[in-house]
Design a protein around this ligand. Structure first.
Ligand code: XIL
Length: 375
């Protein structure tokens, strides 16, 4: 471990020498290798941004994000409950800011998300009348998507519409609007934002049964003559449980449909899941216990190494299929901000990303960078 660190530290000290240091207030963050430059010819490298980061109120993020990432996704601020809180009121404050952030730093913005059953405003959650749901659906897509046409690179038009068995999820949309609502969402988004790429996004669609459902869905949209440009596999996985074979088969199968393949919410949790399963259903939560939070004061080297090795394997696979993959986005920048500290159990300490709580690169970062040095 020590020798490994030494080798990489020497290598990166050299890189640091080639760069100037950035000074933020009194603090100085050494510049290190840049993911977005290293993978420039392969795929975009993205991160989900929270409010502080969008508002440039977090000094370390303010340096790291433009340095490392070529794509950004708002973690929450474009979801319906934030952007459209009541019938006739929209709140574009933060959404406008992330779009401006992208323009300022030449970073592509992926809108997340137009249609999702979760994080809906209260007035929609309680809707009984199908016509009201339809009206909300039309107004929401038209208003939000058209505002950012030409300014936003892409939209997750529909998020998480499938059950684990590949059938359509029972949601307010499928129940009130019928099973064609997904095609309609893409049709409306295409009309409202003709310059943006349009994607379907979901978790576990690398798994064969759910993948088959996603393939059928994409074919249905295409058969209706409606545009779909890409599919996002979220990628909320756990260390030592990465479904490599399913992931590779999915990249190949989705690309064969003529759509771009993306990994849109990548994080590799190191904590056990209370149900020992891999899903990212935000509504599933469990009680805290100390047993479920084994690393409150730091990650043991052994787990750190496993995390680094898993990330290395994953990026080897991504590079092998770089002709089919257009973007790899992490769900957050640094471990401290990760949603996995709060889901599915509140108050845990997780370590799923490439930058630690101090925004320093972790061994996983160096492993990924080193892959390109061998290229
Ligand atoms: C998560 C956010 O990270 C949290 O801050 C929020 O409380 C819940 O949603 N799949 C998605 C994302 O598509 O929008 C979710 O983001 C994580 C799972």
């Amino acid at each position: 471990m020590i020798r490994y660190n030494l080798k990489y530290q020497l290598f990166f000290s050299l890189l640091i020498l080639l760069n100037t240091n950035s000074v933020i207030g009194q603090q100085s963050i050494p510049q290190t290798a840049s993911l977005k430059s290293i993978f420039k010819k392969d795929f975009l490298i993205g991160a989900a941004l929270n409010t502080k980061q969008i508002e440039d109120k977090d000094p370390k993020s303010a340096v790291l994000i433009p340095q490392q990432f070529s794509a950004i996704t708002p973690e929450n601020c474009m979801k319906a409950e934030v952007i459209h809180p009541t019938w006739d009121m929209y709140n574009f404050d933060l959404a406008d800011k992330i779009v401006a952030y992208g323009q300022k730093h030449h970073i592509k913005v992926n809108g997340h998300t137009l249609i999702w059953h979760s994080q809906l405003p209260a007035f929609v959650r309680n809707m009984q009348n199908a016509d009201s749901v339809k009206q909300f659906f039309n107004n929401h897509i038209n208003t939000v998507a058209s505002r950012y046409d030409g300014k936003i690179f892409s939209w997750d038009v529909v998020n998480e519409a499938l059950e684990e068995d590949g059938t359509l999820r029972k949601s307010i949309y499928s129940q009130k609007l019928g099973e064609n609502y997904i095609v309609e969402a893409f049709r409306l988004a295409q009309a409202a934002s003709p310059k943006s790429e349009l994607y379907y996004n979901d978790y576990n669609i690398e798994q064969p049964t759910k993948r088959a459902g996603a393939i059928a869905l994409i074919k249905k949209i295409q058969a209706a003559g409606v545009r779909i440009d890409g599919v996002g596999i979220q990628g909320h996985w756990r260390v030592n449980h990465i479904p490599f074979k399913d992931i590779e088969e999915s990249i190949i199968a989705f690309a064969a449909l003529g759509v771009k393949v993306m990994f849109t919410e990548l994080d590799l949790g190191v904590l056990s899941n209370p149900w020992d399963k891999d899903a990212a259903d935000v509504s599933q939560t469990a009680q805290y216990s100390e047993k479920m939070n084994p690393y409150p004061n730091g990650l043991p080297d052994s787990v750190q190494t496993q995390l680094a090795n898993n990330y290395e394997e994953l990026f080897k696979l991504f590079l092998k299929h770089k002709d089919k993959i257009s973007r790899v986005t992490f769900w957050g920048v640094s471990d401290g901000q990760s949603w996995l500290n709060g889901w599915p159990i509140r108050g845990r300490t997780n370590y799923p990303l490439l930058f630690d709580r101090n925004f320093d690169p972790k061994p996983a970062f160096y492993k990924i960078v080193a892959l390109k040095q061998k290229d």
